[in-house]
Ligand binder design. Structure first.
Ligand SMILES: Cc1ncc(COP(=O)(O)O)c(C=O)c1O
Length: 466
């Protein structure tokens, strides 16, 4: 198993020791906090009125204590929750470096090293996805911003005039196709872009929770007949609820034949592309027009680190064009052997944090092989969890190669069960309604530190609660 090895190297030695101690303490401590808002507010009010300076060490120690006691410990090996990962040591050091140098990545000229490091890292992953060399990519605050970028780029390509005239001048109302298992960020995006929630067409799903392609074709034909303008289809590669991967090759073929933009939201599942065992399940992603993949999910770096990839650089440039007199002039190209770009002209953000360093440094330390090991280890732990649950009388209700298990048993009251699980600090997991059905339990392996012993122990203790 990949661990945050602190024995080698002297850089940030103290920080490395602190992190190692913290990891150990978190793993040995509680997972679920017991606290009320009043308790925290009383503490804050009594100590932090900011009327006079405090000794920094005291404030840091107190803040750390608050974090230690008053949060769900998502880096705990028995946290089986939403896709919040344990983090690599390299990525924590990277975030510290970023805070210290505080580079501003909006313009290439201001931060050449940081911009090129991001470009290099994104280029590596774009190639893994099988995207063309001219793919335009950027780091984002997260998957929601990456999904937003996709919808804006797709809209701009399909309706070039909307950049100036807005959606209201379009002759036909644009429509986007996705399933109800897709991420809820698209609801907000529909609102933010002015498409409106009504533009989101919820395509049917099969019993396997994957998009029903027959229904997709039917809905699009119907909409065209009724004067709407279908322009985009959203596939999810690893749904939030059940880890399901939509049929990417068939969707890619369909979208190409219908001249529709295919966006693949692979916020969590995208990292699987580097794994020989799991990457096959993402076949077809290379034909996507755009892809969302979060480094702060399965690449195990701290939040917020999303990524947006698009094979249509012109659409991205048109979508995010910006000209101002107060930004530095463009490079004249004389000292470089290739074109550069200013990220503020190709993405949503203006001031930009150096998001990509944590993925870059972490990849540098662990290498592709280390990452494959991390990802495949977690997939194996998912299998162990599945098998162990089956053996002890639970019914598995989802099917995915990813380490996300949804399960239930006869007569289970999920809310009551979870309350008992939390109270006894056995693990953190959650409930979900798949396809609108009854609530079931949802456990996702998100930590590269989760061991077989952790999984077996949790399942054993769960048996005592039913
Ligand atoms: C499939 C999917 N897409 C998008 C997102 C949103 O990502 P973020 O939380 O990084 O904005 C998530 C978050 O869990 C997700 O599961």
């Amino acid at each position: 198993m990949v661990t945050n090895d602190v024995s080698s190297g002297t850089a940030f030695a103290e920080l490395r020791r602190t992190i190692a101690n913290l990891e150990r303490d978190i793993a040995n401590g509680p997972i679920v906090p017991v606290v009320t808002p009043e308790e925290i507010r009383r503490h804050l009010t009594s100590r932090y009125d900011f009327s006079k300076p405090m000794v920094l060490d005291d404030a840091v120690a107190d803040t750390e204590q608050m974090l230690r006691t008053w949060q769900v410990q998502i880096t705990h090996p028995r946290y089986f929750g939403l896709f919040n990962p344990s983090v690599t040591l390299a990525s924590v050091i990277a975030d510290t470096l970023v805070a210290m140098y505080n580079p501003q990545l909006a313009a290439w000229r201001t931060s050449p090293a940081a911009n090129e490091i991001e470009r290099h890292t994104l280029g590596w992953l774009a190639a893994k996805f099988g995207l063309p060399a001219n793919t335009l990519a950027s780091f984002t605050s997260g998957g929601a911003e990456a999904n937003l970028s996709a919808v804006i780029a797709a809209l701009t390509r399909a309706f070039p005039d909307c950049a100036e005239g807005g959606l209201r001048q379009l002759a036909a109302s644009p429509a986007v196709y996705l399933t109800k298992e897709a991420h809820h960020s698209f609801e907000k995006i529909a609102h933010m872009t002015g498409l409106g929630g009504g533009a989101l067409r919820k395509v049917g799903i099969g019993r396997d929770l994957k998009m029903d392609l027959g229904d997709l074709a039917k809905r699009i034909a119907e909409d065209r007949r009724n004067g709407f303008a279908p322009f985009m289809v959203i596939a999810t590669a690893g749904t939030t609820g059940a880890g399901v991967i939509d049929p990417l090759p068939e969707m890619a073929r369909f979208c190409r034949s219908e001249n529709l933009w295919l966006h693949v939201d692979a916020a969590w599942g995208g990292a699987a592309i580097i794994s020989p065992r799991l990457g096959v399940h993402l076949a077809g992603i290379s034909d996507a027009d755009s892809i969302t993949c979060d480094a702060h999910k399965w690449f195990s770096v701290p939040m917020g680190a999303g990524m947006f990839f698009c094979r249509h650089p012109d659409a991205v440039r048109a979508a995010f064009r910006a000209e101002t007199s107060y930004m530095p002039d463009k490079m004249d190209g004389s000292i470089m052997d290739g074109p550069t770009l200013d990220p503020y002209t190709t993405s949503v953000q203006w001031s930009r944090r150096f998001i990509g360093l944590k993925l870059f440094l972490s990849l540098a330390q662990h290498g592709e092989s280390g990452y494959i090991e991390m990802i495949e280890h977690q997939a194996r732990m998912g299998d162990v969890l599945r098998e162990s649950l089956k053996r002890t009388g639970w019914h598995i209700v989802n099917s995915t190669p990813l380490p996300l298990v949804c399960f239930t048993r006869e007569g289970l009251d999920t809310a009551q069960f979870l309350a008992a699980l939390y109270e006894r600090q056995i693990a953190w997991m959650s409930e979900v309604r798949l396809g609108g059905g009854a609530p079931v339990l949802r456990a996702c392996v998100t930590s590269f530190r989760t061991s077989e012993r952790d999984v077996e122990g949790v399942v054993r203790e769960m048996s005592t609660l039913v």
